[in-house]
Design a protein around this ligand. Structure first.
Ligand code: ATP
Length: 362
């Protein structure tokens, strides 16, 4: 059982600070996913944990012992890379066995462990092949096999599925989820910029931006209660709609709001203090409800029928755009006038500094 603790972890490359002091506790057996846009520092944070980069400041502990100075091989971690990093001249068997052979394990034991791992990952038939004779998904399984065979305490995945096509990604995602179930004591940390992977694999997601943690939480917690505009916009596809809204006062039954030209409504929300000012209202595309008396009168610009669902791209009188998602197909054409209601339980309000107003639904 392995617990990780990051305390004020920092990393500078020359004068550039890529990680600005990250605090995080990861209990044993947890599957944690680091997500964030390109350059936010997810891979760097993972490499600090792996020992592939030196920590500039702060402490990294594994099972209560500070490991800042320990080389990667002594940390009990195994890393799986996006590029697979297989040895091209070695067979699948030799690639998986490599770490054990290095440790001069008994030949019979190596053979047993490699075959066990190969069976788990359905690689038994491929053990004599070279990496170039494998598909992308099979290569990635070999890379995972090579990590599992070492029986690590912590598994680190750096965008392991990015090189695969869409259907293979879905399949491998399932395999990684199964792996987590089969190895319940192994702590897993997974880096991706694919939020579907993050939402489906994670026990907890860590959202990073510019080397800082924006929010840590369970997937649905981030979806339903984003702490700020950044997380709200990052989790969910298509992204949450954001509309500038002038809150004039707390009114009977909520907040009196105006957005766009001539669009006024009372939102059934309550926030503490003086609510007046320009805020940002957030509503997810799937939560906008078409309704003849809805508060948002829009003009349809484009409709995308996806089969099981549709997306309506529309514009408000003031010029702001929004996307609404509904089930099935829709007939609406460009130029059509529609109205959307804001269902009270799904409206988010963000303050001037981007933090969620954690509005009370009245
Ligand atoms: P991506 O999704 O594009 O892989 P990322 O979130 O993993 O991005 P990192 O690779 O961790 O981002 O990079 C974080 C920041 O640190 C970036 O600004 C990057 O340019 C910088 N950086 C990373 N590695 C180095 C390095 N070896 N030398 C200098 N700067 C680096």
């Amino acid at each position: 059982m392995t617990e990780l603790s990051l305390r004020g972890l920092r990393k500078s490359f020359g004068g550039h600070e890529a990680i600005h002091g990250v605090d995080l506790d990861i209990p044993s057996g947890e599957f944690v996913v680091f997500v964030g846009p390109s350059g936010c520092g997810k891979s760097t944070l993972l490499r600090l944990i792996a020992g592939l980069e030196d920590i500039s400041a702060g402490e990294l502990s594994i099972d209560g012992a500070v490991v800042n100075a320990l080389p990667p091989a002594k940390r009990g971690v195994a890393m799986v890379f996006q590029s697979y990093a297989l040895y091209p001249h070695m067979t699948v068997f030799e690639n998986i066995a490599f770490g054990l052979t290095l440790k001069r394990r008994d030949k019979a034991e190596v053979d047993r462990r490699v075959r066990e791992v190969a069976a788990t990952l359905e690689l038994t038939e491929l053990l004599e092949r070279l990496p170039r004779e494998l598909s992308g998904g099979q290569r990635q399984r070999v890379a995972i096999g090579r990590a599992i065979v070492r029986q690590p305490k912590v598994f680190l995945f750096d965008e392991p599925l990015s090189n695969l096509d869409a259907s293979l990604r879905t399949q491998m995602r399932g395999e990684i989820a199964n792996l987590h179930e089969r190895l319940p004591d192994v702590t897993m940390i997974y880096v991706t910029h694919d939020q579907v992977e993050a939402m489906t694999l994670a026990d907890r997601i860590v959202v990073l931006r510019d080397g800082r943690v924006e929010q840590v939480g369970r997937p649905l917690e981030l979806y339903h209660q984003p702490a700020n505009l950044f997380v709200a916009g990052f989790i969910g596809a298509p992204s949450m709609n954001f509309l500038a809204v002038q809150v004039s006062a707390a009114a009977e039954g909520g907040l009196a709001c105006r957005f766009g030209e001539g669009l006024e409504t009372t939102l059934p929300l309550g926030i503490g203090g003086a609510p007046e000012g320009v805020k940002t209202l957030g509503i997810r595309p799937e939560h906008l409800e078409e309704h003849p008396e809805g508060a948002l009168a829009v003009t349809v610009e484009r409709v995308e029928n996806l089969g099981e669902s549709h997306l309506v791209h529309a514009r408000l009188p003031g010029g702001a755009t929004l996307i609404a998602r509904g089930s099935g197909a829709v007939e609406a054409k460009a130029g059509a006038k529609l109205r959307y209601a804001l269902p009270p339980g799904h409206v988010h309000l963000f303050l001037e500094d981007g933090r969620s107003a954690a509005a009370r639904q009245l």
